[in-house]
Design a protein around this ligand. Structure first.
Ligand SMILES: [Zn+2]
Length: 130
């Protein structure tokens, strides 16, 4: 796979070792660096999915011991689901970056939305549980 650099703002691509974009002056990201970060995303995403999957399975297996209300349980599972979705998206973003050597703006945009949803869900769950 050929090494290239892509601008973080205007998507200008070049095989020249520019540190800054000749078109808009923004920082250039090399494909090697994007791929390295992609692997990091895959590892983190995979870890999140496996960990939260295990926790969800554990909680579901012990649900007879759960003393909270149905609403509390619902919010808890919702929170687990959002975290797992976040992990899956990290996996997808990482896989994309490793394959193409650049970032996927759509996935990043969805990721920001999911991050926002995660904060809202966490606050709501803590309120319901508290
Ligand atoms: Zn640029």
């Amino acid at each position: 796979m050929a090494e290239f650099s892509a601008c973080t703002k205007c998507n200008f691509e070049t095989t020249e070792p520019f540190a800054h974009c000749p078109k808009c002056g923004r920082r250039m990201l090399s494909s090697g660096r994007v791929r390295m970060l992609g692997w990091l995303l895959v590892v983190l995403g995979g870890f999140l999915v496996v960990m939260m999957g295990a926790i969800t399975a554990l909680v579901a297996a012990n649900s007879s011991h759960f003393t909270g209300t149905a609403i509390q349980a619902m919010f808890m599972y919702l929170l687990f689901a959002v975290i797992i979705a976040f992990g899956l998206l990290s996996l997808a973003a990482g896989a994309w970056q490793i394959k193409y050597g650049k970032r996927n703006k759509t996935i990043m945009f969805v990721g920001m939305g999911l991050g926002f949803l995660l904060v809202i869900t966490t606050i709501a769950t803590l309120r319901v549980l508290g």
